[in-house]
Design a protein around this ligand. Structure first.
Ligand SMILES: O=C(O)[C@@H](O)C(=O)COP(=O)(O)O
Ligand code: ZN
Length: 207
């Protein structure tokens, strides 16, 4: 993709996330893969007010070659691109309901959100949970790398979601489905629920 166009797309996506209240303040970051590196949003920037010229341009080794200082999670984005050749875009947010679920005590080995609906399974698949590390910690990027091989959607404990997609729109739609299903999970708290069975999940495919 043409770099100028990619810069515009990142700014437009930041604006959409902000308008939809999926990000607030300066939380979250967005990246887009280029042929020889990638673009990532600058650190400490409001995603609703991005300037195309300030977007950080990193080369294939992760070195900054243009734009402002990159997101502190640039390593985390690289980890995902390294292990998911299909991923062209990544969105990380602190979307409220997803963060709420990320703060719950999940039994070891259980996904943080059960397969409550078919659409959740088709858009998000099985959500991986990564233990808490300080934002920007290299260990966080390493932990994400381990699970991103098998999971396009990852939830960082006490932090928020990281979503990889074939494009920015695909990542956004998965993020929105995750956020709405996290809300459903919280609404269902205290109610007897009946998630889909393994057989029902198996007949669904990610779209
Ligand atoms: O939670 C954090 O601090 C980061 O993961 C984040 O969301 C924003 O960091 P920058 O992209 O460095 O602004
Ligand atoms: Zn964050």
């Amino acid at each position: 993709m043409n770099e100028a166009k990619a810069r515009e797309l990142i700014c437009a996506m930041g604006h959409r996330l902000y308008q939809r209240r999926l990000v607030h303040g300066t939380a979250g970051n967005i990246s887009l893969r280029l042929e020889d590196g990638w673009l990532v949003t600058p650190t400490n920037t409001c995603l609703g007010e991005l300037d195309p010229a300030s977007i950080s341009r990193l080369d294939a080794t992760g070195r900054l070659i243009a734009g402002d200082k990159p997101s502190k999670e640039a390593f985390l984005h690289t980890s995902v691109y390294d292990v998911r050749p299909d991923a062209q875009a990544i969105i990380h947010t602190h979307s409220t309901h997803s963060v709420a679920v990320s703060c719950m005590d999940h039994p070891h080995g259980c996904p943080p959100i059960e397969p409550l609906t078919a659409y959740y399974v088709m858009r998000v698949g099985e959500l991986a949970l990564v233990p808490y590390y300080r934002p920007g910690d290299k260990r966080l990027a390493d932990a994400v790398r381990e699970v991103a091989v098998r999971h396009a959607c990852v939830l960082l404990a006490n932090h928020g979601p990281v979503i990889a997609g074939k494009g920015l729109n695909e990542a956004l739609y998965a993020l929105e489905e995750l956020e709405e299903t996290a809300r459903l999970k919280l609404l269902l708290d205290g109610h007897r629920t009946k998630p889909l069975t393994a057989e029902q999940v198996a007949e669904l495919t990610l779209i």
